[in-house]
Design a protein around this ligand. Structure first.
Ligand SMILES: [Zn+2]
Length: 642
């Protein structure tokens, strides 16, 4: 991985397109559009994806019985177009009308010794909080119902802060840890998750409420070796395949619940330290926010795709480039957010959100998509973003297969591969849409349908460009875990490292193609031969070149009015030579000399007030600071917001 240099980004730059125009160009009718503090216009495209489970159901009709496996609840997918304007600051407080839970730590070793506590932030005044139906896999702190406390005693950290706590919970070693998640051997061995128990909140009006999704905790087999980690800054820690970003604002969960998260704050922290070398970022967090009441539609959002860069045509999307808003100079294609645990961090959901980068944006008038944009459940596309595979049933009839499509699949269908630019149009057979109307059951014989050909898609949107000869087929995923007010502990980091590495692990040739469902299977075979996926974290931009004991970072980044650049000079790196700190713009032009003098060993800080050498405010955008200690040179990216 090359080091950052002060060069112009290469490749054509495409002007951003206004979001509203872009949304109309997709033929979509956004059901909800919101303004965020007049800075951010986001089009949220909402759909209850009834086809996610084999039995069609809706959030409204679902009775929310206790004990449902999380994946049997209706799963929704959110889609957002990038912000027109740079992002904004986000309060660390929970928004009104929301509550949260977190297991701390979110993963324990299943050795009977390691423990965690459950923290429930009721975000207001309640009569009390209890937990019952504790899973058989855990030893609770006492007999059920377990009382959560907010008196500052026991495991509760602060009295009367609306954060109710119970613990410690340990693993019940009398029960062997199941060898694989979901008993699926395509998941990594020795990793598991379980629901802890049901939280019951006694409200002031004497009613009792719950979360839609009860707290879950990860379990790691005791003999699995700890992953190596590197702490790059107070906010960022990495392992070989996973990045941990600490924040105070729960950006991932806020964005999933449409509460105004600021993803650029997370990507900014990453790009400050790591090269601009990711095509796709996947974020999840180990805490959870829900809106009240618990059947609020946003609580069903299991994943969200945010398009960042569309550098291809022929898919129904309009070209645009918002990568600069996130600190990337044209590498980052999209950001995908996953909800916590069993209905978020699962193979079909991860891959579903990734596929949205290219798929299901074609004109809804063609009949294949439902406007959300996902493929119609009545289509034969058989994609993780909609439809189910139909097999030939003779004499112009078909049989519908629910096990290959929206719920899970072994392969991306030809239409998705074409929209990704991986196969030619001639490889895509005509698609069909049932005209019989609902209900449509698994294995139902379909004799009434309409047909859509790839030629019709091309007539509407043009040829997918670039095509198979030059389209991207080496995909670099960045897995990012956001943690709340702390960095992850070694057990958590090991668990997430294994999950992230496993997702892009190559499948042995003799093995069958994995099924991407509610499991943790590798996606490396899903898009066919000639496509590669990797999730290794690139070498930090420049800290590797610093002498031992030296590190530099700035905060905040992104920033508006000023940012503080901190660095430490090792004794060997301060031999009397002048130390320079300079600011460059993206074209490599020197904007400002902040410092040029000899300095003693030890910590130092210098503030940049976003002004050039003539004291003029610089435009918003990407800058670099260059630290020259006389022994080493460090450059780091800065992002100034309007
Ligand atoms: Zn979706």
């Amino acid at each position: 991985m090359g080091h950052k240099t002060l060069q112009m980004p290469s490749g054509p730059r495409i002007a951003p397109e206004p979001v509203g125009k872009s949304a109309r160009a997709h033929g979509l009718s956004p059901t909800r559009a919101r303004r965020r503090a007049k800075l951010l216009l986001v089009v949220g495209l909402w759909l209850l994806e009834a086809a996610m489970v084999a039995t069609p159901q809706s959030a409204e009709r679902h009775t929310l019985p206790e004990g449902d496996p999380p994946q049997l609840l209706p799963m929704r997918c959110g889609l957002e177009l990038p912000p027109v304007h740079p992002p904004f600051s986000v309060s660390s407080e929970l928004p009104p009308g929301t509550r949260s839970w977190e297991c701390i730590p979110s993963v324990i070793r299943s050795d009977g010794v390691a423990s965690f506590r459950v923290e429930v932030d009721v975000n207001g005044t309640v009569n009390g909080v209890t937990m019952d139906q504790i899973t058989e896999l855990l030893v609770p702190p006492g007999p059920a119902p377990v009382t959560l406390r907010d008196d500052g005693l026991g495991e509760d950290r602060v009295a009367d802060d609306s954060v109710f706590t119970c613990g410690p919970f340990t693993y019940k070693t009398a029960i062997p840890l199941p060898p694989f998640y979901q008993n699926d051997a395509s998941s990594p061995a020795g990793l598991y998750t379980t629901r802890v128990g049901f939280v019951r909140i006694q409200e002031m009006d004497a009613t009792v409420t719950q979360f839609l999704l009860a707290p879950e905790v990860g379990l790691l087999r005791p003999d699995i070796a700890a992953a190596g980690t590197a702490t790059l800054s107070p906010e960022v820690m990495t392992s070989d395949h996973c990045i941990n970003v600490r924040s105070s604002a729960r950006h991932t969960q806020r964005t999933l619940r449409f509460l105004g998260g600021n993803l650029a704050a997370l990507t900014g922290a990453i790009y400050q330290l790591l090269p601009d070398a990711f095509d796709i970022l996947v974020f999840f967090s180990n805490d959870k926010i829900e809106r009240l009441p618990r059947n609020d539609s946003s609580n069903f959002v299991a994943g969200l795709h945010q398009q960042v860069l569309t550098n291809f045509t022929g898919t129904g999307q309009s070209p645009f480039d918002a990568s600069g808003s996130y600190g990337s100079t044209g590498s980052l294609l999209g950001i995908n957010l996953l909800d916590a645990w069993g209905r978020g961090v699962v193979s079909n959901n991860v891959t579903h959100e990734i596929v949205h980068q290219w798929s299901a944006w074609i004109d809804v008038a063609l009949g294949l998509t439902d406007g959300s944009p996902h493929y119609s459940a009545f289509s034969s596309v058989g994609s993780l973003v909609g439809g189910f595979v139909w097999s030939d049933h003779g004499v112009g009839t078909f049989l519908r297969h629910c096990d290959e499509g929206r719920n899970g699949a072994h392969h991306a269908p030809p239409l998705d591969l074409y929209l990704m630019g991986l196969v030619a149009a001639g490889d895509v057979a005509p698609q069909h849409v049932s005209s019989g109307g609902p209900p449509l059951d698994c294995n139902e014989v379909i004799s009434n349908y309409s047909t859509v050909t790839i030629a019709e898609i091309q007539n509407r949107h043009g040829l997918r460009t670039p095509g198979p000869a030059t389209a991207l087929r080496d995909f670099r995923l960045g897995f990012v875990v956001e943690s709340h007010d702390r960095l992850l502990d070694p057990t958590e980091m090991t668990f997430y490292e294994i999950l992230a590495a496993h997702t892009t692990r190559s499948v042995p040739p003799a093995d069958l193609d994995p099924y991407l469902g509610f499991n943790w299977a590798p996606l490396t075979r899903f898009f066919g031969p000639g496509v590669s996926w990797r999730s290794d974290v690139p070498t930090p931009t420049d800290t590797s070149r610093l002498p031992p004991g030296s590190i530099a970072f700035n905060h905040p980044n992104p920033f508006r009015t000023e940012t503080t650049i901190r660095f430490e000079l090792a004794p060997s790196g301060s031999s009397g030579a002048a130390v320079q700190v300079e600011i460059y713009d993206v074209s490599g032009r020197l904007v400002r000399t902040l410092l040029d003098m000899p300095l003693a060993a030890g910590p130092h800080a210098v503030i940049w007030d976003a002004r050039d050498d003539r004291r003029r405010l610089v435009p918003a955008g990407v800058y670099f600071y260059r630290l020259n200690t006389g022994r080493s040179v460090t450059t780091q990216r800065l992002l100034r917001l309007r």
